[in-house]
Write a protein that binds this ligand. Structure first.
Ligand SMILES: Nc1ncnc2c1ncn2[C@@H]1O[C@H](COP(=O)(O)OP(=O)(O)OP(=O)(O)O)[C@@H](O)[C@H]1O
Ligand SMILES: [Mg+2]
Length: 308
């Protein structure tokens, strides 16, 4: 396997809707995911993330453009691409008439794994995702988070070379989320490659080597979380309560974000001293902290929306 796990070139998708105008969900998306990478696809609701993942995982056909999984064109030869991939679909549910143990085992057997391997991987995955106590209960009796754990446990157990996870940790408690992160990190150290979507930007930051931000069917930013933060002018923020009306005095330091009465200024570390001097002279209290990926995302996507 020398080809990239995933490569998309100028991918477009137009949904035709009966009695309504067509929807252009992807308007020329190009992306490459390298071996062993964990890449997060971010974007607002309706940006096109699920559409991209569904095309990449052979569930939906593109309107134009190409997309390859390990060198196989997923539209021309989906049957060649499928053995390499496993998917947690958005809002996927385990089979209601199966228990988690049966669901995982059956799925692994259907993918062609031997009885012994399927059995040991099932048990390992149940333990890992904290499902042992409910492993033999019908899926309909499980809580929402337990069902989602079952979906992720099933896909993690495949150890497939390329995993697509569409909002994998939705509805999970903070412990379960961390278990998913650890499992996904383990898989990539063993050679798998991962493309996931999430609206939890702490998750994107904790988990991904690289990000793509999609807005209205186009990639508007790609890079690391740190690069994204630097692109909004700095990795530090200064929070100034009561200074929302004084944004212009601080505008020369970087992006200013009024929120309620508070003003937040994003600043590069080398200009922090100067900013703090001004805050003191202005009789303001100031708190310094790191810029979060969420703040950078709001600025970058917000700017794009303003431009349009
Ligand atoms: N089957 C469909 N028919 C028509 N339009 C669709 C269909 N599926 C999705 N769309 C539209 O395509 C666009 C992209 O949807 P998509 O589900 O890819 O977004 P998303 O980025 O995954 O959003 P979310 O964060 O809400 O999951 C949206 O405008 C959506 O309304
Ligand atoms: Mg989606």
């Amino acid at each position: 396997m020398t080809a990239e796990p995933l490569r998309a070139e100028n991918l477009r998708k137009i949904y035709t809707v009966k009695g309504a105008p067509p929807v252009e969900a992807l308007s020329g998306v190009s992306m490459a995911v390298h071996p062993g990478e964990r890449v997060a696809l971010l974007g607002r609701n309706g940006a096109g993330k699920t559409t991209f993942l569904r095309i990449a995982s052979t569930l939906l056909r593109p309107t134009s453009g190409t997309i390859e999984v390990f060198g196989y064109d997923v539209d021309a030869v989906p049957e060649r691409a499928r053995p390499y991939i496993a998917v947690v679909p958005q809002e996927g549910k385990p089979f209601f008439h199966l228990c988690p143990r049966e669901q995982i085992y059956t799925y692994l057997r259907a993918r062609g794994l031997s009885r012994e391997t399927a059995k040991s991987r099932t048990e390992e995955s149940l333990v890992r995702m904290g499902l042992t106590e409910v492993a033999d209960r019908l899926a309909i009796t499980l809580s929402g988070g337990q069902r989602q754990r079952t979906m992720v446990a099933t896909v993690i157990a495949t150890q497939a070379p390329l995993l697509f996870l569409d909002e994998p940790t939705i509805g999970m408690d903070p412990f379960a989320r961390r278990e998913v992160w650890a499992s996904l990190r383990d898989l990539t150290t063993k050679g798998s490659t991962i493309l996931l979507t999430t609206h939890y930007l702490d998750e994107a930051e904790a988990l991904s080597h690289r990000l793509y931000i999609v807005e209205r069917g186009r990639v508007i930013v790609t890079g690391t979380a740190d690069e994204l933060k630097r692109s909004v002018g700095g990795t530090l923020k200064v929070v100034l309560p009561g200074a929302a009306g004084r944004a212009s005095e601080f505008a020369s330091f970087g992006e200013t974000v009024p929120d309620g009465g508070t003003l937040t200024v994003i600043v590069a570390p080398e200009r922090l001293g100067e900013l703090m001097d001004l805050a003191v002279r202005s009789h303001l209290t100031a708190t310094v902290g790191p810029v979060t990926l969420e703040e950078a995302f709001l600025r970058v996507v917000g700017r794009k929306i303003d431009e349009e």
